[in-house]
Every structure is written in C-alpha cells, then in structure tokens.
Design a binder for this molecule. Structure first.
Ligand code: BES
Ligand code: ZN
Ligand code: ZN
Length: 480
C-alpha cells in the first residue's frame, strides 16, 4: 500500500488578504455568523446572509470574496464533523488545493474540534485504485482560529490523519491486504510514533498454542500473524488491552457465505483496524497510560486443508472448541487473543472490537455498535466516550442463560448456538469463556458500524469506528 504524505495543516490567526478569499464558515447561530462575517468582510457583510437554519450550505459573495456557509443543526462534535466533511467532499473540486476554514466565532469546543476533524476527513480520496485520478486535491488546510482552539484543532487533525490511514486499510480489497499488510502497517506506525510492535509468525504461533487462529488460517494462501502493538509510556500505572478481529476476508470457509454482498467481507478486519488506529493515536497524543493492541489476523478461505464443520480444535487457553460453522471464525481467533492478553499481560481493562455477527446488524442497524460487559462503570465510560464523538454504543445483556446454547456434547464449547436467535449475545458469551473471568472486560460488536453507507461516498466505505472512541476512553481512564 502506498504511504501518503501528511496533509499540511496551518493554524492561523489571520488570513492573507492579498488575494481574494474563499472561506468555509461553520454556522451554529445567526449571531455567531454575523460576528464571523463582520470579522472577515467588515460592516457591509452583516445583512448579507440567510442565517444558519437552512437545509443546504450556501455561498455569499462580498467584494469578490466568497464565504461558504455551512449550517450545523443541533451543534455537537458529530453534527459539525458530518456537515463539514460532507461539504468538503462535495465541493472538493471548487475548493482547489488549499482550503480556509474559519472557526474563531465558535464558542463550543466540541463543535470546533468536530468541524476541524470533518474538514480534514473530507479530503479523503476514495478512488484509491483509479488510474486517472486528479492528483491536485486539497493539499493544505488553513484553520483560522484564536489561540484557545489551537490544541483542539491540532488533536482533530492528528485524529483525522490516523482515521484516513485506517480508511485505506479497511477499504483495501482482499487482494491488496494480507495479515502481513496489517503487520507492516503496525510496524511502520510504531516506528513513526515511538511504540513497540511485535509480530508473531507461524512457527511461533504453533509453539505458543494459537490453535484457534491457526485453525481458521488452514484454508488460506497467506500465513496468519499475531500483532502486539505496545505503547508503554514512562510512569504509566494502568494498562488497557485492546483486542481486534483481523479477518482480512471472510468467505465463510466451507460454511460458505452466499455471494450476495460477500465483497463487503473485505472489511472483516474493521476491529483490528480500530485497535491499530487507536494505539497509534494514543501514542501520537502521548497519553499517560499503557495501551496494548492485540490483533489476530488471517483470512477465512476455502481449501482442501480448511477446517470442516464438526471439527474439534484446541485454543490458546487449552479449552477445546467444536466448530459447527466455519463462518463463526471471528470468535475462534479472538478466543486466542483474549486468552493470550490476560495470560501474558494481566491488563487492568480489556476491550475487544470485532465485526462479529450479522445478528448485531439486524438488531441495531448501522447507527450504533453493540456493547457487552458485566462492568457497569466500564460500560458507562465507553458509552460516554462514544457519545462524545458520535460513535454510539448500545448495551445488550450478557446473562448466563445465553451460555446454555453454546454447550457442546463432545468438547468444552461449540462455536454456534443451538438456536437461530440472539446471535450477537451468544457470540459474546463464547468470547467471555476465554477471558478467564476478567472483571473489566467489554466486547463491542461493530459489524454494522465499521463499514457502511455513510452518505459521504456512493457505496459502503470504512468509518474507522472505534478509533476516536478508544482514544477518548483511554484519555478518560488516564485521568482517573
Ligand atoms: N464477519 C461475519 C459477521 C458480519 C456480518 C460482519 C455482516 C459484517 C457484516 C462473521 O464472521 C459471521 O459470518 N458471523 C456469522 C455467525 C454465525 C455463523 C453464527 C453470522 O453472523 O451470520
Ligand atoms: Zn464469518
Ligand atoms: Zn467474520
């Protein structure tokens, strides 16, 4: 995958008035807008607008300068982010190579940060594999704001750069990404952002007993990898383990998926991507807390050697698993990763993210992810972090009754429930078996939110769901 150069971000207090201006103005209220226009265009600007309460963004021309006014209804981080991102995507051609965004007039810090994040995200190029792309996109962004917003804009831009890199990973088709691609991404991010990355390869995986990961990998052309991204700043007193499902393509294996929509399964490493991105961002922002990412990665393919329905396999924990459906593969590789993280690192908190079940998509759609945990305080902290950035979580139960359906007659557990109901919950119960009773473990099923039709591109595309949530969660945890 091509390494892209970072976009140039300038924080300025005033704009160069030598040439005529073109400025994007997020609009949260008529008074704020008047203030912004007065500062930019003087007194004659004040009555030149229709305010903010309009459906579509509009432009006003004053003395040769152009102001693009983007109304933000119910101003918050996420509404600002979406509005500005969409505007930049739709107007990229006209905006040229350098865009100006005015933020000086906005009081609400969350809106400032959301708008800045959206502006940078809006420059993302979805046409990664086109041969005739116009390379003269927006290469530079000037944020006009006062001193107090500098830190926020900086964080928003750091975040957006990591999100864009995660978009590339998740949007990549399966013939452009293998387990080694994820490992390479982690290694180069570790070098750039000063954290430690270890990649466990096949011989060592065998030796250490990653039987779940190796079982899923049997049908694959590419060897499996287990990636450990360890950001361990001096003086950290708390450790968060993040575990992410890294299935680079899920055909279902011999329990093969129908071909309708199978192409979407290139995004079945969305959990891994969120974890890799979160560790990068936490390291970039130098948070005072240890965060370790664990990524088991393979594809789930069909071959003479592939595991077959009914096979019994081992796992890192020592527990045996009856594999009744080879399409329930995410839980097999996560079983090893969770058990390994607890065994080797004893983290204070452990959170896994996975595009785990179709069931969670049928339950919650694509507006929020499913959250499972026994720990109320952890649930509250994760939900809170997600709400702040529009990555919402909805808690589902994890009662023991659901575990009954996962009992195997011949092995310690099976990977498929007896009943075709509550699939997201029984999957979570399966994972719980491999956490060694960790009191502060949470599972987040992002099958509906990692890759979706989000109005910014024409088809399904990556959302990097989890990157900001996990960063903000780690930030909150580092403060208490
Ligand atoms: N990767 C899929 C889950 C998925 C579905 C992700 C839709 C994104 C969108 C997972 O590996 C899977 O196939 N799960 C099965 C489990 C079943 C066989 C118990 C499912 O949910 O159908
Ligand atoms: Zn599957
Ligand atoms: Zn899968």
């Amino acid at each position: 995958m091509k390494i892209k150069s970072r976009m140039k971000i300038n924080l300025v207090q005033e704009i160069d008035r030598n040439k005529s201006l073109s400025v994007i103005i997020p609009c949260t209220g008529k008074q704020d807008l008047d203030k912004a226009l007065k500062a930019l265009a003087g007194d004659n600007a004040i009555h030149a607008t229709s305010g903010c309460d309009v459906e579509e963004p509009y432009s006003v021309l004053i003395d040769g300068d152009r102001f693009d006014i983007v109304g933000i209804k119910n101003p918050s981080y996420s509404t600002a982010q979406k509005a500005i991102q969409t505007f930049v995507v739709k107007n990229a051609k006209r905006l040229g190579t350098s865009a100006n965004i005015y933020l000086n007039h906005i009081q609400d810090q969350a809106v400032v940060e959301g708008a800045a994040n959206g502006a940078v995200l809006g420059t993302y190029n979805y046409a990664l594999y086109k041969t005739n792309i116009d390379s003269t996109g927006i290469g530079e962004m000037n944020f006009i704001s006062d001193e107090k917003s500098k830190a926020l804009i900086d964080r928003a831009a750091d975040t957006a750069e990591t999100q864009k890199s995660i978009f590339d990973l998740v949007n990549a088709p399966s013939n452009y990404k293998s387990p080694q691609t994820l490992a390479d991404w982690a290694v180069s991010s570790g070098k750039a952002n000063d954290y430690n990355v270890t990649v466990i390869e096949e011989v060592e995986l065998e030796k250490q007993g990653f039987h779940g990961l190796l079982a899923v990998n049997r049908g694959s052309e590419y060897p499996a990898r287990f990636i450990i991204s360890d950001y361990n700043p001096e003086g950290a007193t708390k450790t968060i383990a993040l575990v992410g499902k890294g299935v680079t393509f899920d055909t279902g294996g011999l329990s093969i998926k129908p071909s309708n929509n199978m192409h979407l399964m290139k995004s079945d490493m969305g959990g891994a991507a969120a974890v890799l991105g979160a560790v990068e961002l936490v390291a970039k922002r130098k948070l005072p807390i240890r965060v370790i990412g664990f990524v088991p990665t393979t594809d789930n393919s069909v071959d003479a050697k592939a595991i077959k329905p009914g096979d019994v396999i081992g796992s890192y924990s020592g527990k045996t698993i009856e594999v009744l459906n080879t399409d329930a593969e995410g839980r097999l590789i996560l079983a090893d990763a969770l058990a390994y993280a607890v065994d080797k690192y004893q983290p204070d908190i452990m959170v896994d993210l996975a595009t785990l079940t179709g069931s969670v998509v049928r339950t919650l759609g694509s507006n929020c992810a499913g959250l499972f945990t026994h720990d109320d305080a952890l649930a509250a902290s994760l939900i809170d972090a997600g709400d702040g950035v529009g990555e919402r979580l909805w808690r589902l139960p994890l009662w023991d009754e659901y575990a009954d359906d996962m009992r195997s007659e011949i092995a310690d557990i099976k990977n498929l429930s007896d009943k075709p109901v509550a699939g997201a919950i029984t999957a979570a119960k399966f994972l719980e078996t491999f956490t060694d009773g960790h009191d502060h473990w949470a599972h987040i099923d992002i099958a509906g939110t990692a890759f979706k039709n989000n109005g910014v591109s024409r088809t399904h595309s990556a959302t990097a769901f989890g990157v900001r949530l996990l960063h903000d969660f780690a930030l909150a945890q580092s403060q208490n």
